[in-house]
Write a protein that binds this ligand. Structure first.
Ligand SMILES: [Zn+2]
Length: 452
């Protein structure tokens, strides 16, 4: 059995042309599973041939239409024809593009200048289509560069990819994102009083390549939220970005922040994080300790004490148990002083049990004391950033970067976490974090990227 696949072109001026794309033969007698339908290799060459025919005819029509002056209707001369390579997801195609002489009708009296231009320059300033560029960058941000190249080579008929082509593309896309135009100010932006933006911040460490004289460096991940705009995520390496302050500021502006807008930063205890936002905005920011990070530390105290209580037959136990039960409530309601008093009692109780016991109970008391001290230090160190979380939650405000925990994984760890055993340069990691955040927001496909 034989199949012939043909493509019919109908030009705007009525001319038709037929391209024979390919022929396929399939056995029907003694047919095997490979004889059924299209296989990947067939599909890839089919797509490539269709793309070639389509582009050649399209360029021909675009070139022909460019020959008619839009102002006076003169039919212009073709200066020359140039071979032009176009990289697409469905193959690298070389087309012949006419360069058309410019019409002199707008410049009367001028001697005829022999200026020619290619009609494709405006359409495709880069040699690659936006779709291919986006996929190269997005796959490179999701997988290792080698894996991304393998996926593209395996599944599409695009020109041969390798880890370098993917890495370079990701780099140019990351630069594009860094200097992409800000979204236009909307009507709502001008008339409404900015109600403030909330920035959730967290960070992760990635392994450094040996030549940077350090084991790890930090990737800061964040999400900026305001009432009027969609949430905007970003990833940033302070040492890898060209200008981290300007980068963060641009992200804030894209999320609706303007000079004078109140900024609230929710983060764990690291003072460097709110300071970064303060530097980027040039204004004071309100720092609130993220509830999620506190909650984990309270959980540690709760579980270690539960273990300890299960091993104890102490009459004081019940009283202390109540304190543990109330601890979370006190901190949640902003009663920091009372919480710290309770922590002090827990600490003393744990120490007493340690002195009086041996073996498993002693170990359990040690863990409980250690976790209590951790929580105490954390709360005391960040006391200025503790608030009445209950009140905040009830007034509809954010209390937690629980989403930031997901952010750390999405933007940093999934691609650059220590388990991946990869080493990074700060610049390379910054680029990957930039592109991953844009991909998560769905900004990569939205034409927010200029062609390079
Ligand atoms: Zn003209």
């Amino acid at each position: 059995m034989k199949f012939t696949i043909k493509l019919e072109t109908e030009f705007s001026w009525g001319e038709t042309r037929s391209h024979e794309i390919c022929t396929l033969e399939r056995r029907t007698l003694d047919a095997s599973s490979e004889d059924l339908g299209l296989c990947l290799a067939d599909a890839k060459s089919l797509l490539k041939e269709i793309q070639r025919a389509l582009l050649q005819d399209q360029v021909e029509e675009i070139g022909e239409i460019a020959r008619v002056c839009r102002f006076c209707g003169t039919y212009l001369a073709v200066h020359d024809r140039r071979q032009r390579r176009i990289d697409t997801l469905f193959g690298r195609v070389t087309v012949e593009v006419p360069r058309v002489r410019m019409c002199m009708c707008g410049l009367p009296g001028f001697p005829t200048l022999k200026v020619a231009r290619s009609p494709l320059t405006r359409l495709l300033p880069d040699h690659a289509t936006p779709e291919l560029r986006r996929l190269q960058a997005e796959l490179g941000a999701r997988h290792s560069f080698r894996e991304a190249a393998w996926l593209l080579n395996e599944l599409t008929p695009c020109a041969r990819q390798n880890h370098v082509t993917i890495r370079n593309r990701l780099a140019t896309i990351a630069e594009d994102i860094a200097d992409s135009e800000l979204p236009a100010t909307t009507e709502a932006d001008q008339h409404s009083n900015p109600s403030g933006v909330t920035v959730f911040l967290d960070s992760a460490y990635v392994r450094s390549r040996p030549e940077y004289q350090r084991r790890n460096f930090e990737i800061i991940v964040g999400s900026i939220e305001s009432e009027r705009r969609e949430k905007r995520r970003f990833g940033l390496s302070v040492i890898g970005a060209n200008n981290p302050r300007a980068y963060l500021r641009r992200n804030l502006e894209s999320a609706g922040w303007r000079d004078g807008t109140a900024v609230t930063v929710l983060s764990d205890g690291d003072p460097a994080l709110p300071r970064l936002v303060r530097d980027a905005t040039g204004a004071d920011v309100r720092h609130i300790l993220d509830w999620w990070h506190i909650s984990i530390r309270i959980r540690h105290v709760e579980t270690t004490f539960q273990t300890l209580f299960s091993l104890l037959d102490d009459p004081v136990r019940l009283e202390v148990e109540k304190l543990v039960q109330n601890l979370r409530w006190r901190i949640w309601h902003g009663q920091t002083a009372r919480a710290l008093d309770a922590i002090e009692v827990l600490f003393r109780f744990g120490m007493r049990v340690r002195r009086q016991t041996v073996g498993r109970t002693n170990d359990a008391a040690f863990s409980a004391v250690a976790r209590t001290m951790e929580l105490q230090t954390y709360l005391e160190y960040n006391r200025a950033a503790l608030v009445d979380y209950d009140l905040r939650r009830r007034s509809g405000k954010a209390v937690s970067t629980s989403r930031a925990e997901g952010l750390v994984n999405d933007i940093a760890n999934a691609r650059m976490g220590k388990k991946r055993r990869m080493r990074w340069s700060p610049k390379g990691a910054h680029r990957v974090a930039t592109v991953r955040a844009a991909a998560l927001d769905g900004r990569l496909g939205k034409g927010q990227l200029r062609a390079a």
